[in-house]
Design a protein around this ligand. Structure first.
Ligand code: EPZ
Length: 417
C-alpha cells in the first residue's frame, strides 16, 4: 500500500506547477511561534513534514488551521514547554523550534530531532551558538533541557555554514538583547525567505543573502501575511526527470534564480533551457552527455538534495560521470537500488560515485530509504523500461505534495498503490 507504481520508458511532455518550498515553510512556521500574534502563511505545501510541524505547534499551545494552501498560526498563548514524541524525533526541522521556544518560554525540553538517514546530523552547532547567547543546556538521554533568563546578542562564527544552525541563531537573535553578528551564515534561499519573513514582521536584519548577518534584537514582532516561494528542489526533481527520460516540459513558477547550478548541469548534459517570467521550459534529448565531475556544495553551488536525482539522470548518459558529495557523509543509499535497475555505478570511498552510462534502466521493485533518494527512485522508474514499484512512499510524501499528480501532468503513467 505504501508504494508508487510507474510504467516508464517514455519521454515527458506537458506542464506542471511547482509547489511551495518545504525547507522555506518549516522555519517560517517556527518563526511564527516567536510572534505573539496571528500569522497567515500562503502557498504552504500539503506535505507530511508540514503536518508534523503543525502538530508540534499545536502541542505547545498554538492554534493552527489550514484552508487549502493557506495556514493560519495563532501563537498568542503558549501553554507547554516540552516537545517529545514522533513529531520531534521523526523530523530534523523540529530543532528550529528550539530558539523560538526559548525566546517565548525561557525554557524548553526537547527530544533530539530525527530526519533522513543521510549522515550523522548532529546539533552541536545549534547548541554551541545558543550557549554563546546565554543559554544553559542540560543534556539527558534522548532529550535535553535548554534554559535562558534573557537571550544576549553576541558575535558568533559558525564553523560550518549550517542551514539549520543559521535559522536557530536568527530566531534567537531577533528576540535577544543587543546586536548579534553571525559569521559564516548559510546563504541558501530558504535563509533569505526566513529573513524576509522576520523583517516584514518587524525584525531588523542586515546582510540578507550574504554570509554575515547583523541582527538588531529586541524589536517587537507583529503578525503578517506571507507567501512561501516555490520549491527549488521539487522543480529540480522534474528537471532531472526530463533530463533522464527526454522530452519537453514546462515547470510553472519554478524559482529559476535559485536554480542556476542545476541549470548549468542540465545544459552540460545537452538540454535546452528557456527561462520565462512564468517558469522554466526544458527540452531534453534522450542522447544526453555525461558530466565528467560535479561536487555538491553550499549555495550557490550544486545542492546536496539534488545529488541522487542527478545521479539517476546520469545513469543513462553517454560517457562517465563522477559525483562527489561534500555536505553529508552518507548520502548514496540509492546506488544499490539503481544497480538493481541496471545502472553501472561504482563507489570510490563513501563520498564519490563513478557512473558509467548504460543504454537504459529496467523496471523492478526498489525501496526508498529517505526523501530525496526516494524521489530519485521515482525518476529512475520514469526512465526505466517496464514497470517499477517504489516502496516506502511515505518518505517521499515528507516533501512532495502529490508526486503522482505532477508526473501525470507530464504524461507519465504512475499511481500510488
Ligand atoms: C538543511 O538541513 C535541509 N533541511 C536539508 O534538506 C539540506 O540537505 C541541508 O540543509 C543542506 O542544504 C531542511 O531545511 C529542513 P545543515 P540541515 O545543518 O539544516 C553538519 C531535504 O531533503 N552539521 O546545513 O540539517 C551536518 O551534519 C533535507 O529537504 C553539524 O556537524 O543541514 C552536515 O554535514 C535533507 N553540526 C552539514 O553540517 C550541526 O549542529 C550541513 O548541514 C549541524 C550541522
Amino acid at each position: 500500500m505504501d508504494a508508487i507504481h510507474i510504467r516508464g520508458g517514455n519521454a515527458l511532455f506537458g506542464e506542471t506547477k511547482i509547489q511551495g518550498s518545504k525547507n522555506a515553510v518549516l522555519p517560517v512556521m517556527a518563526a511564527a511561534l516567536l510572534i505573539e500574534d496571528v500569522c497567515i502563511i500562503e502557498n504552504c505545501p500539503c506535505i507530511s513534514d508540514v503536518h508534523h510541524m503543525q502538530q508540534l505547534l499545536i502541542g505547545v499551545g498554538c492554534k493552527v488551521s489550514r484552508t487549502d494552501q493557506t495556514l493560519m498560526i495563532d501563537a498568542r498563548n503558549l501553554s507547554e514547554d516540552t516537545m517529545s514524541g514522533e513529531n520531534v524525533t521523526g523530523m530534523r526541522s523540529s530543532i528550529t523550534l528550539l530558539s523560538a521556544m526559548l525566546a517565548r518560554m525561557g525554557e524548553v525540553t526537547m527530544a533530539y530531532p530525527g530526519g533522513c538517514v543521510i549522515g550523522e546530523r548532529p546539533i552541536d552547532l545549534h547548541l554551541n551558538a545558543l550557549r554563546r547567547m546565554g543559554v544553559s543546556i542540560y543534556e539527558k538521554e534522548g532529550c535535553f533541557t535548554a534554559r535562558v533568563k534573557e537571550l544576549e546578542g553576541t558575535v558568533i562564527r559558525l564553523p560550518i555554514s549550517s542551514v539549520g544552525a543559521t535559522e536557530n541563531v536568527l530566531l534567537a537573535s531577533v528576540m535577544a538583547k543587543g546586536v548579534t553578528v553571525l559569521q559564516n551564515a548559510a546563504m541558501e534561499p530558504e535563509i533569505v525567505t526566513l529573513c524576509e519573513f522576520l523583517r516584514e514582521a518587524g525584525a531588523v536584519i542586515e546582510g540578507i543573502g550574504g554570509s554575515v548577518l547583523i541582527i538588531q534584537g529586541g524589536h517587537k514582532l507583529h503578525g503578517i501575511r506571507f507567501r512561501i516561494p516555490a520549491d527549488r528542489i521539487v522543480a529540480g526533481t522534474y528537471l532531472m526527470s526530463v533530463l533522464g527520460a527526454g522530452g519537453h516540459i514546462f515547470l510553472e513558477d519554478a524559482p529559476v534564480a535559485q536554480m542556476r547550478s542545476m541549470l548549468r548541469a542540465a545544459e552540460e548534459m545537452g538540454a535546452q533551457i528557456h527561462i520565462f517570467r512564468e517558469g522554466l521550459n526544458v527540452i531534453a534529448d534522450e542522447n544526453k552527455r555525461a558530466i565528467p565531475y560535479l561536487k555538491t556544495e553550499i549555495y550557490p553551488g550544486f545542492p546536496t538534495d539534488m545529488q541522487s536525482p542527478l545521479m539517476t539522470a546520469l545513469s543513462t548518459a553517454k560517457g562517465v560521470s563522477v559525483i562527489e558529495e561534500t555536505i553529508f557523509e552518507n548520502r548514496f543509499h540509492i546506488v544499490e537500488q539503481l544497480k538493481k535497475m541496471g545502472a553501472c555505478i561504482e563507489m570510490k570511498g563513501k563520498r564519490k560515485a563513478v557512473i558509467v552510462g548504460v543504454d537504459s534502466l529496467l523496471g523492478c521493485e526498489v525501496t526508498a530509504q529517505e526523501l530525496r533518494g526516494g524521489a530519485a527512485l521515482v525518476i529512475a522508474g520514469v526512465m526505466a523500461l517496464g514497470e517499477t514499484v517504489v516502496h516506502n512512499r511515505h518518505f517521499i510524501e515528507r516533501g512532495y505534495e502529490d508526486i503522482c499528480r505532477d508526473y501525470q501532468n507530464l504524461g507519465v503513467s504512475i499511481c500510488t498503490g
